[in-house]
Design a protein. Structure first.
Length: 166
């Protein structure tokens, strides 16, 4: 067996770590942006979309993104945290981004200082959803609290601790 093939299980064990990091940080940054601008500002947008209880929903989404993003980042209760995060992405996709098309970067013009961007499409929502599904379906990843808590199935624990998946 070549060394490339024999190293594959070890590489596979680490493959989802960057995904977990980017998704976790992405949600935290989006949540902190809402927090720093004040959830009341986000509530105005939600009110214009007809969301019931916009202020309460704004606070809930803000905290969900911060706490859920932190959970994904450190690998704690990832499958559980993914459910409301995916719901949040689906709501944003269908209420805000769908009408803007697929592309997350819609260039609508060019100014002397550079391109002028329009509202984002739903591409990023789909990427977040796909990433969360991948993380939730694969189970605990390396360097995660879920792995250290021992939430991996019994038959895989020894393999995951050595960095090898079946």
């Amino acid at each position: 067996m070549s060394s490339k093939l024999s190293n594959r299980p070890i590489r596979a064990a680490w493959a989802l770590l960057p995904l977990r990091g980017v998704i976790g940080i992405g949600f935290i940054v989006h949540g902190l942006a809402k927090w720093n601008r004040g959830p009341a500002g986000f509530a105005k947008l939600l009110g214009q979309l007809g969301v019931p209880a916009p202020l309460g929903t704004a606070w809930m989404v803000t905290l969900l993104e911060i706490v859920g993003g932190a959970a994904v980042l450190v690998g704690a209760f990832v499958a559980l945290a993914s459910i409301p995060l995916i719901v949040s992405m689906l709501v944003a996709l269908f209420t805000v981004h769908l009408r803007n098309g697929f592309s997350s970067i819609n260039t609508i013009g060019l100014t002397p200082t550079g391109p002028l961007f329009g509202p984002p499409g739903y591409e990023i929502n789909l990427l977040y959803i796909a990433g969360l599904l991948a993380l939730a379906m694969t189970g605990p990843t390396v360097l995660s609290i879920d792995q250290w808590r021992g939430t991996a199935p019994r038959r895989q624990r020894g393999q995951e601790q050595s960095g090898v998946f079946p």
